[in-house]
Structures are given as C-alpha cells and as structure tokens.
Design a protein around this ligand. Structure first.
Ligand SMILES: NC(=O)c1ccc[n+]([C@@H]2O[C@H](COP(=O)([O-])OP(=O)(O)OC[C@H]3O[C@@H](n4cnc5c(N)ncnc54)[C@H](OP(=O)(O)O)[C@@H]3O)[C@@H](O)[C@H]2O)c1
Length: 340
C-alpha cells in the first residue's frame, strides 16, 4: 500500500515508529505492507517510489528538523499539493494541525486526495467539524474510503464502538467527555487548585492543545461532537450547529457546591435533538464521571441500554494506532472485502 503522509509531528512520527516496530506483524496478520512514498512537514518532503525507510525518516527529522533532510530523497520547500500531483499513491494520511476556523490547509488537501481517488485517513478534527457531510459525499462519489477513527478519542475506538452499538439497534443519544484537558482541569479544581494553576499543570503535562482556548472554550469537544453526530446519529451537522459553553467561567464555589451534593462538574458534549457542549453536573458514581485526562462516551440505544467506552483520549502512539485501524479497513476494501 503506497502512502502519502502529511504531518510529521507527534502523531505522524508515532505512526512511523509503530510501523517500523511492527512491519512483519502487519504483513502476517493483515497482509498489509505499508510503503510510505512521501512524508511532508513544514520544511518540505521526503519522496521515494520504493518507500522511505521509517527509521531514516525519523532520524532525518530528529537531526535536521525536517523530513526533507532525508539523504537522497529530500525535497526542501515542496508542499503537500505538489506531492499529491507528482507522487503515485493509494492512501493519503492527514496528520496536520487542527484549524477550526476554515479547516485549512487540510481541507484543500483532503478534497484533492479524495478527488484523485486516494483512500483518505485523517486525525484532524478541523475539516471534519466544518465539512464532514461534504467530504463523505465526495468520498462516496469517488468510490474511496474516508476514515477518521483518531479524530475522536485518540486511540479509543469510539466510532467503531458506536457502530457496534447501533448494529441491530438505534443510537438515540450520545453524551460524553471528549476533552482530556478540561477534564484534567476540572478534576484538579475539585482537589483545590485554582483554574489558572490547573491549566498550567495540564499544559506542563502536555495535555492541552497548542492553543488551549480551543479546549477551555469547548470548541475541541464541539468538533468531536459534530463528528459523532454525523457518524453515529446521521445528523448532517457542522460546528455552527453546536451551542457551546466552555469551562472558563466556572469558579471554585460551583465546584464545591456540586461536591457537597455528591455531584461533579464535567464538560459534557451531548447530542439528542440538538448539539450542546456545557459544564454539566453529574453524579460522582455515574460511569461518565472519569477523572484527570480520561475521556468517556455514552451511547444510549433504543433497545440495548446505555453503553459506555472510557480511556485515554489522546497521545501520539494511541492516535497512530487509530490510523493503523483505519489502514486495515482500507486494506480490506482494496482486497474487495468492504469495510466495517
Ligand atoms: N497529539 C495527539 O494526542 C492527538 C490526538 C488526536 C488527534 N490529534 C490530531 O492530530 C493532528 C496532528 O497532531 P500532532 O500532535 O501530531 O501535531 P504536531 O506535533 O503539531 O504536528 C503537526 C505536523 O504538521 C506539520 N505541518 C504543519 N503545517 C504544515 C503544512 N502546511 N504542510 C505540511 N506539514 C505541516 C508540522 O511540521 P513541522 O514538524 O515541520 O512543524 C508537524 O510535522 C492534529 O490535527 C491533532 O488535533 C492529535
């Protein structure tokens, strides 16, 4: 399988690490031989028709700051659009930074890749939150697979779990904690820290997005909620359809009051009729009341009850594993087996 990877940061590099560690197993278990024909970062690209050596790509990035430093294969200054024009591939993987304003540059790259009939995987919430219905239509029209398992819940198989919940049943409501940073902050505030102190700690631990206002103002949760609404409930929503209230206005008194009543305040994203993100009181023994940077999502079904998945909602290797899951689906599709 020939792959173009855009973005060689925490997630992109983790993917190459895992592939280098597990290449034999991927062939043995899934018949999947992954050939990275191009990797792009801000400094340019490394390109090889025969496939780049993952360890050399990682080393070039480490030593030279860009994958374009790859000996003999480096193309400094070249961008993803030129790569898509020039390099033959089967799959495009987008691991570029999230931009919730207009989804760029990923949105343009995704449209181009799908239009060129490349199977496409993204972990980037931006273009999905703004235009998932349009991207799905385009992928269907072009007859390619579009997968985005890592865009919600990092390595947790949230979307796959939801699909299973909906089999022979109907998911009627989704609610959950979809952002580890805010959950960490709220947990630490319960333990007595002030908001700023708790935020600083979350940043030091590497939980917060580059721009933490996306976490705190609720936009990150809202973007993931939009993806779930489309994928699980079939609602053609975008970010504009979400009512959003973040945690920045919360003070210690509210948190103390909840505690006295056996409750806890969590930033919950919820889809039942509409889409809403807001700090919400839940019982401390509700399985959704996870602590620190954990995520939890509940799917209420018509007949089989409420099903909950919890886990770490982020992390480079976790999210790279979600990409591998998506690649396995692409492989199945390419082998004529359809996708699940
Ligand atoms: N990290 C996580 O735990 C996690 C979990 C779930 C989803 N995600 C999503 O995964 C995506 C990547 O996250 P990350 O943590 O890997 O981010 P990151 O470490 O900031 O990496 C971003 C990569 O994109 C490259 N890049 C930026 N603009 C580019 C452009 N115009 N053309 C080509 N390359 C460009 C950067 O290049 P340089 O290296 O040259 O700067 C870098 O390699 C984001 O959308 C994020 O929301 C991340």
């Amino acid at each position: 399988m020939r792959i173009v990877l855009a973005g060689f940061g925490v997630v992109g590099r983790s993917l190459l690490e895992i592939v280098s560690e597990q290449s034999e197993e991927l062939v043995r278990r899934y018949g999947m031989s992954l050939r990275f024909v191009a990797i792009v970062d801000k400094g340019g690209a490394a390109v090889s028709e025969n496939g780049l050596n993952p360890l050399k790509a990682l080393e070039s990035k480490r030593l030279k700051g860009t994958v374009a430093g790859y000996p003999g294969c480096g193309k400094p200054g070249i961008d993803t659009l030129s790569i898509l024009d020039d390099v033959e591939a089967d799959v495009f993987i987008d691991a570029l930074p999230t931009n919730l304003r207009d989804g760029e540059p990923s949105y343009t790259y995704l449209k181009k890749a799908i239009t060129m009939r490349l199977h496409t995987i993204t972990v980037n919430k931006g273009p999905l939150a703004l235009a998932l219905p349009a991207l799905k239509e385009l992928a269907e029209y072009r007859g390619v697979v579009l997968r985005f398992s890592g865009s919600v819940g990092g390595g947790m198989p949230v979307i796959e779990f939801a699909r299973q919940c909906a089999m022979g049943d109907r998911v009627v409501r989704v609610e959950g904690i979809l952002n580890g940073t805010t959950n960490y902050i709220l947990t630490r505030m319960e333990e007595g820290l002030g908001f700023q102190e708790a935020l600083r700690e979350a940043q030091e631990k590497g939980y917060a997005e580059r721009d933490p206002s996306l976490d705190i103002k609720g936009y990150d949760t809202a973007a993931k909620l939009v993806i779930l609404a489309n994928e699980v409930l079939g609602i053609r929503a975008t970010l504009e359809d979400v009512e959003i209230r973040g945690i920045e206005g919360l003070d210690g008194r509210e948190i103390e009051d909840a505690k006295r009543r056996g409750e806890t305040i969590r930033l919950i994203g919820k889809v039942d009729g509409g889409l809403r993100v807001e700090p919400t009181r839940i019982k401390v023994d509700d399985p959704l009341a996870v602590r620190y940077a954990m995520n939890a999502v509940a799917f209420q079904t018509e007949n089989s009850g409420r099903h909950i998945i919890t886990g770490r909602g982020a992390g480079g290797r976790e999210t790279a594993t979600a990409i591998l899951r998506d690649l396995i689906q692409v492989k199945k599709f390419m082998a004529g087996g359809g996708v699940t």
